[in-house]
Ligand binder design. Structure first.
Ligand code: PLP
Length: 402
């Protein structure tokens, strides 16, 4: 008898399952709006020009494949922290940010979860927005935290349930951890306004909650690096200690290179040294040390003035292409097709995704009748749309809602 005879079959991953159905579909008009990876105006994966240039520079400079330190490439982590916190950040200028390279954003969240489970001295419960990125739930549970939720989305109005959010955070036990999407909330595409962030910061302070920011889309949301970092920088300026997970998957298109960083703001350099030592103790038995190539690319781009400004315009270009698609869908549905319903949210939502408001039976019909694939909750990855397929997409939405 096999040792694994009693292993039960698990459910397929909800997002990767969509890609499989998409692959099996032979219709030439098929569209995959499931996976959150950028596509260019021809629907093709996109490698940034700055990434290509950085790779050339690296090939010429770095002859070996030696291990990186446990916490990664020091120039990379320093530049990643600078990008997130900003040059005038108080903890940054005081040497009070403990930062480590991570296996992209997911790995950063996982290191953070493990660090909090081991060292956070208060309630080891983490509050996640409903809905949230699907992987947050098992990720934090597997890190050893108790997963709870706070209201975020108002289904009725396809908007932020700000009253629900405040009331749930106000009734969380003092000292709990709260996970905040720094920008481009996944899956809803709805972010708090700067005024609402200021109120959330006050609530977090009042209840002594610990803010853990997941910033997977810096620059990708608005096209502006500083603007997308507003929430993180505001909380830090308000005197909060924060945890931060950063990913370079989307804003540099480094998906498979697994390039990210985890950081904590700490009291002072002496405390930083102690926290750094514990991050190493967590990471060493997990994966020993991180992959080098993506960190070298990101570090090269962030550390070179000319490459950096070219990268800023490339990020802006990706964000703007998505914003243009939002406007196009809105105008097709509202003006051209006169599709029943209110579609303003498609235009006002931000980032890679849009919550269309399509119901599960409608998303099923989109796949079966129109060969357009999305998650059952009606979320679409805007990046999968382009000038060549947006009209067909809008007509298909129009057909399923009538
Ligand atoms: N957090 C959120 C909200 C995301 O949407 C993603 C990716 O889709 C991630 C984290 C992590 O992605 P990665 O591990 O590829 O950096």
């Amino acid at each position: 008898l096999s040792s694994w005879a009693n292993v039960p079959a698990g459910p397929p991953d909800p997002i990767l399952g969509i890609s499989e159905a998409f692959k099996a579909d032979k219709n030439p008009r098929k569209i995959n709006l499931g996976v959150g990876a950028y596509r260019d105006e021809h629907g093709k994966p996109y490698v940034l020009q700055t990434v290509k240039k950085a790779e050339e520079a690296i090939r010429d400079q770095i002859p070996d494949k030696e291990y990186l330190p446990i916490t990664g490439l020091p120039e990379f982590t320093a530049r990643a922290a600078l990008l997130a916190y900003g040059a005038d950040s108080d903890p940054l200028t005081r040497g009070a940010i403990s930062v480590t390279q991570s296996i992209s954003g997911t790995g950063a969240l996982r290191i953070g979860g493990a660090f909090l489970a081991r060292h956070y001295p208060h309630a080891k419960a983490i509050y996640l927005p409903t809905p949230t990125w699907g992987n947050h739930i098992p990720l934090f549970r597997d890190s050893g935290l108790e997963v709870r939720s706070y209201r975020y989305f108002d289904k009725e109005n396809v908007s932020l349930d700000f009253e629900g959010l405040k009331s749930d955070l106000l009734s969380a036990p003092e000292g709990s951890v709260v996970l905040l999407h720094a920008c481009a909330h996944n899956p809803t595409g709805i972010d708090p306004t700067p005024e609402q962030w200021a109120i959330i910061s006050d609530v977090v302070k009042e209840k002594k909650l610990f803010p853990f920011f997941d910033m997977a889309y810096q620059g990708f949301a608005s096209g502006d690096i500083a603007r997308d970092a507003f929430a993180v920088r505001h909380f830090v300026a308000q005197g909060h200690q924060v945890a931060l997970a950063q990913s370079f998957a989307k804003n540099m298109g480094l998906y498979g290179e697994r390039t990210g960083a985890f950081s904590l703001t700490v009291a002072d350099p002496e405390e930083k040294a102690r926290v750094d030592s514990q991050l190493k103790i967590i990471i060493r038995p997990m994966y020993s040390n991180p992959p080098a190539h993506g960190a070298r690319i990101a570090s090269t781009i962030l550390g070179d003035t000319a490459l950096y400004s070219q990268w800023e315009s490339e990020v802006k270009g990706m964000a703007e292409r998505i914003i243009t698609m939002r406007e196009k869908i809105y105008s097709l549905l509202t003006h051209d097709l006169k599709t029943p319903g209110e579609w303003g949210h498609i235009k006002s939502q931000i980032g890679m995704f849009s919550f269309t408001g399509l119901k599960p039976d409608q998303t099923k019909a989109m796949a079966e009748k129109a060969h357009i694939y999305m998650t059952a909750d009606g979320r679409i990855s805007m990046a999968g749309l382009n000038a060549g397929n947006v009209q067909y997409f809008a007509e298909s939405v129009d057909a399923v809602v009538r």
